[in-house]
Each structure stands twice: as C-alpha cells, then as structure tokens.
Design a protein around this ligand. Structure first.
Ligand SMILES: [Zn+2]
Length: 319
C-alpha cells in the first residue's frame, strides 16, 4: 500500500453555502491511508457558537468529497487545532470492499466505527446497508461512542462492549487448509464478489471457512498482507454466517446486525493464521455465532460475537 499525505487546505464557506448568515473557516486535512480509502478530518477553527449552522457542507477538493458537520463545538478563536478538537472525520468505502454487490462488507464497515472507539472490546451495529463510494461522516459521540452517518441516516454505531464467546482450541494451519476444501461457497455462493469470502475475487481476502471434521467449527487459513485492524474485523465477519449455515443448512440469507470484537494482538503480515467460526444460539430470525483469529502457534489474536438477522425479503437484498 502506498501511504500519501496531502497538504492541508483552508476552505472558506460562505453564509449561503451553510445556510447561515455568518461565514466560517473550516480547516481540512486529509490523508490517504491507502489509495482506496480516503480519510479526512475536520477541525473547526472559528465559528460563532451561538450561530452554529445545522446543515452539512459538501466540499470537493482534489477529487475528495468531505461531508462536514457545521454544528460542531466551538474552539477558542485563534487557537491551533489539537487532537481533542477533532470532532469528526470523513470516510469513503471504496468499491473493492463490497460484501453484496452494491454495499460494503459488514465486518469491514463495523471495523470503520469499531476501531475508532477507544476500548479493548467494541460492539459495532449496522443499521443500514453501508454504501460504497459515498462520503460518510464518522462522528465521535459522548461516552466514547462513534457513529457512521450518511446525511441524517445512521449507517452504523459502535460502543465499548465485552465479547462473551470463549475461543475453542485453535485448529492448526494444516487442519484449516483441509477444512477450507469443504467451503460451501465453492458449490454455491450468494455473494461471489464479497471482498472477504467471495470466490470470484482474486484480490479479496479469500476467507473460505469450511467444516473441520464432523464438528460445528469451520476454519480457513489466512495470510494477511497487512496488520490493519480493519481487515481483522472483516475476516471475523463472513465465517460467522457460514457457521450458522453449517448448523441447519438454511437457505435464508442472514445479514450482520452487530459484531463485537476484542482485538488482543494484531496479526503479522505475511505469516499464516487461522480464522475459525462456530454457531452459538438461534431464536427465531436471530442467530448468534462467534469467530476467532489465531496465529500459527494457536494464540487467540482476536475474538468476536456476531448477531445475524434472517431477511424477510432476501430477494430485495444486494440489488
Ligand atoms: Zn463475505
């Protein structure tokens, strides 16, 4: 991945543009952590607190769209922006991080909000299918919570929360390599272009979790290309759905409602790891599963609880 840093620019937005009678200056800095994911942060520099405009401003600069909330807390006039003044940032999920054809992978999206929460274990909940290639506002709320918004629509939220699952003994990498041959997605795949589990993606993570022996555990080997925590959230997602399917071979589509992740240690790029998942419980259309990431020595690097909802109208999903 190529890291690049753009120079900061100052954007002068007029009263007309923000629906208020005053002008304000918003300092925008952005960085591209990788070519596909653009992140920018907005720091308020000078805005009368009594006349905070409530509309959002869409600014485009150097091909990067930024949705900036204008109802941001006041900073002392003339003070330089500090880390504590960063109230929000803007993320755009690149098309290649899709799950279903036209929305983002759920685990990846949960990671976008989950990794922004400062806690050892975080629950991210999806409220709507996360859109691709659309500027989204990642907003830090009170009490350490983070929301991901598209306009007024909440796409995802994240809060500190403990993982309940306990990881079973780690499958070995060799066992995972045998299990992956049993991946049901080879025979039939609902979302073959999924970034995480799709069989039609040469550039995907290729997490093909198949049944390990006769038990409920499914497993896949994984050699990460980077230690990015977002990828850890992503790989803990899809196997959880296959773990549910392995119980009753259901044909209904389940979608991720929430993913709670405890990341104990980042994976090591280039080394072999194992991702495993197992079913936990079902109640009506709600299904619980759990997943874990192990290193080759069998240490648990991350563990997750996931909640899945069976769709009433699966046909409408993914269009
Ligand atoms: Zn997938």
């Amino acid at each position: 991945m190529t890291a690049q840093r753009c120079t900061a620019q100052t954007l002068q937005c007029t009263a007309d543009a923000i629906g208020a009678r005053r002008s304000c200056a918003i300092h925008i800095a952005w960085r591209a952590q990788e070519p596909a994911l653009t992140v920018c942060s907005a720091r308020k520099q000078a805005l009368e607190p009594s006349r905070r405009p409530s509309v959002q401003l869409l600014a485009t600069s150097a091909g990067i769209s930024c949705s900036i909330p204008c109802g941001i807390p006041p900073a002392r006039r003339g003070s330089t922006a500090r880390q504590a003044d960063i109230v929000s940032d803007c993320v755009t999920i690149a098309r290649r991080f899709n799950g279903p054809p036209n929305s983002a992978n759920g685990g990846y999206t949960c990671g976008l909000v989950g990794t922004a929460v400062e806690a050892p274990s975080v629950r991210a909940s999806l409220r709507k299918p996360p859109p691709l290639e659309v500027p989204l506002l990642r907003r830090r709320e009170d009490h350490g919570c983070v929301s991901l918004l598209r306009g007024d629509d909440i796409i995802a939220t994240a809060v500190p929360a403990a993982v309940k699952a306990h990881a079973p003994p780690a499958p070995t990498v060799e066992e995972a390599e045998i299990a992956t041959r049993m991946y049901v997605g080879f025979a039939h795949h609902r979302f073959p272009t999924c970034f995480v589990c799709g069989t039609a993606r040469a550039d995907g993570l290729r997490i093909y979790a198949g049944q390990l022996g006769d038990g409920p555990l499914i497993a896949s080997p994984w050699t990460p290309q980077s230690d990015d925590p977002l990828l850890v959230w992503a790989v803990l997602d899809c196997p959880g759905a296959y773990a549910i399917e392995s119980v009753d071979h259901r044909t209904q589509i389940v979608v991720l409602a929430s993913l709670t992740v405890e990341l104990r240690q980042r994976p090591r790029a280039g080394e072999r790891h194992v991702v495993a998942a197992w079913p936990v419980a079902s109640e009506g259309r709600k299904h619980h599963s759990a997943s874990a990431l192990y290193d080759a020595a069998g240490r648990v690097l991350a563990i997750a609880d996931s909640l899945w909802i069976e769709l009433r109208d699966p046909v409408a999903f993914g269009r």
